[in-house]
Design a protein around this ligand. Structure first.
Ligand SMILES: Nc1ncnc2c1ncn2[C@@H]1O[C@H](COP(=O)(O)OP(=O)(O)OP(=O)(O)O)[C@@H](O)[C@H]1O
Ligand SMILES: [Mg+2]
Length: 261
């Protein structure tokens, strides 16, 4: 299986929004928000875009303080972070202005929780004019509405979507050495509910299965009912997740992934 970024629709969504932020008229707000369920391909799409635009990518951590966030951004900008937070903000802002590199914060849910960090990102945006894009889980778009200084600056909102069958076909054709028939792909797609992560895991299982049997192409008829695509389950809406955690013992002991997909 190949490891590369396939141009599924979520990648195009990000490229369109990121491009619009980069090309916006002077003085227009330039913050962006990307959100979606786990496994929909946010980090992959962002990493690909950042690489292409020579952007700055940092991933927030649960334990981040404002100083930790600024130190990480400074290092990505090849600065040696020294002195107070205020001095590091100034140094980062200067470097961002000089280089005009867009700044992406992945796992931004951790940042949104803390007012000082959110406002520091807003400061970096205001001081430099470079796009500042927050990437987070589904739900961040609601949390961010409470931060009015941010919402006015958000010029692009991108909701990552589940992969459709066309995306699944692209992933299968571009990542695998074996051909996956449409019926088997359809079954996998349905089982994953469009999660890119689960599609890729399932495809790798299919490829391994076909290779072990010396097959160059594989379809639903070759896939035994007991064969699993992956372990676990596709992401569920929030309310369902809550119910699931309430009955977690039951779920674990029965293993939802073992339904033979
Ligand atoms: N465009 C793509 N091309 C190839 N593989 C992809 C693509 N998008 C996602 N994947 C696969 O799906 C996996 C999960 O994607 P990714 O980590 O980007 O999701 P995410 O939305 O950031 O999830 P989380 O919210 O859990 O961080 C990747 O490790 C990769 O295997
Ligand atoms: Mg991610």
């Amino acid at each position: 299986m190949e490891h590369r970024t396939v141009q599924i629709k979520n990648v195009s969504r990000l490229v369109d929004a990121g491009g619009a932020l980069m090309r916006r008229a002077p003085g227009m707000p330039g913050m962006g928000l990307v959100w979606g369920e786990t496994g929909y391909g946010k980090s992959t799409a962002v990493a690909w875009f950042v690489n292409r635009m020579h952007g700055v990518y940092v991933r927030a951590l649960a334990v981040w303080s404002p100083a930790a966030m600024l130190t990480t951004i400074a290092r990505e900008l090849e600065l040696a972070p020294k002195g107070s937070c205020a001095r590091i903000v100034e140094a980062c802002a200067q470097k961002l202005s000089e280089t005009n590199r867009p700044l992406f914060i992945d796992e931004a849910d951790y940042v949104i929780e803390k007012k000082v960090m959110t406002e520091t990102l807003r400061d970096l945006h205001d001081l430099t004019g470079v796009p500042v894009v927050l990437v987070g889980m589904a739900g961040i778009q609601r949390a961010i509405r409470a931060r009015q200084q941010l919402t006015g600056r958000l010029a692009q909102w991108v909701e990552m979507q589940p992969c459709d069958l066309e995306d699944a076909r692209m992933l299968a054709d571009e990542l695998l050495d074996v051909r996956v028939g449409q019926a088997l792909l359809g079954r996998l797609h349905e089982r994953t509910k469009g999660s890119a992560r689960l599609l890729v895991v399932g495809l790798s299982r299919i490829e391994a299965n076909a290779k072990a049997r010396g097959m160059k192409s594989i379809d639903a008829g070759d896939w035994k009912l007991g064969d699993e695509f992956f372990w676990g389950d596709a992401p569920k809406p929030k309310s369902a997740q809550k119910q699931r955690s309430d009955t977690s013992l039951k779920v674990v002991s029965h293993g939802e992934g073992g339904d033979g997909a």
